[in-house]
Design a binder for this molecule. Structure first.
Ligand code: PEP
Length: 259
């Protein structure tokens, strides 16, 4: 089996302005440093608002922090008359490692379709960014029992026309919409069920070798108290954390789930 380095990712959403973001990240880095966190074992990424990224870059490079970071979205286009949009090129220039694609809040509030998200995934790779493609079902789909098929359909459309090499570096986040920001957590076995289904679908699409390398995250009301049990599951390679990523101590203990 491949050694998939766990990824603990914090999605700040529209929280922490550029000053607060810097203070937060400094405190997080100190806390993890004090705890002797080994970043080569567990990777840590934050996803600040766009306006924070330049400051985050300066801090991370200046203080040589091991935390990496990414954008919360990107345009499918590279440049041009797209008012309000942000190009993957710009994120690359700010040394972003990752970019979220298709977070459920983008899918619902901004009506982003799977076809658009597939173009964003390709745009991310064009600019040397690793997309974190978010998929997952709403409550009605879960209650109807068709959540696996629903999520795999989002996956297939999202990863269309990717090479096996691209799939091997891809990150997919399974985030059941009913568990985001609600305090409802899918059980570890639910997270495992879906992540196993996603990996097996990727195997069919891109081959066993690529699928064995793809990192699969769970997201939805993850906190320090439930992170370890979710991360113990075989096909779960990390977590995407919203609310609890805004509290330094809480997020740091999620990062330190092995302790
Ligand atoms: C998210 O928005 O990606 C998320 C998982 O949020 P929360 O942890 O607050 O449920």
């Amino acid at each position: 089996a491949f050694d998939r380095r766990p990824l603990i990712a914090g999605n700040w959403k529209m929280n922490l302005d550029h000053m607060q973001g810097i203070t937060f990240l400094q405190k997080l880095a100190w806390t993890l440093d004090d705890a002797g966190h080994d970043f080569s074992r567990v990777e840590v990424s934050v996803f600040p608002p766009f306006t924070d990224l330049r400051g985050v870059q300066t801090l991370v490079k200046g203080d040589t922090l091991d935390v990496v970071y990414g954008g919360q979205d990107l345009s499918p286009e590279d440049s041009g008359a797209y008012t309000g949009d942000i190009s993957g090129q710009f994120l690359q220039k700010l040394d972003c490692t990752y970019v979220l694609v298709g977070h459920s809040e983008r899918r619902t509030i901004h009506a982003e379709s799977d076809e658009l998200l597939n173009r964003k995934v390709h745009a991310a790779y064009r600019h040397g960014l690793v997309p974190v493609l978010c998929v997952g079902e709403g409550l009605e789909v879960r209650q109807a029992g068709t959540h696996v098929e629903h999520t795999l359909e989002q996956l297939r459309r999202g990863v269309a026309d990717l090479s096996a090499e691209q799939v091997s570096s891809l990150v997919v986040a399974y985030e059941p919409v009913w568990a985001i920001g609600t305090g409802e957590v899918a059980g570890p076995e639910d997270a495992q069920e879906m992540c196993a289904a996603i990996r097996s679908e990727l195997e069919t699409l891109s081959g066993a070798e690529a699928a064995a390398r793809t990192r699969l995250l769970y997201g939805g009301s993850v906190k320090a108290a439930n992170a370890a049990s979710i991360l113990r599951e075989r096909d779960v390679d990390g977590v995407l954390v919203g609310g609890a990523s805004l509290d330094v101590a809480e997020f740091a203990s999620i990062v330190r789930f092995e302790q």
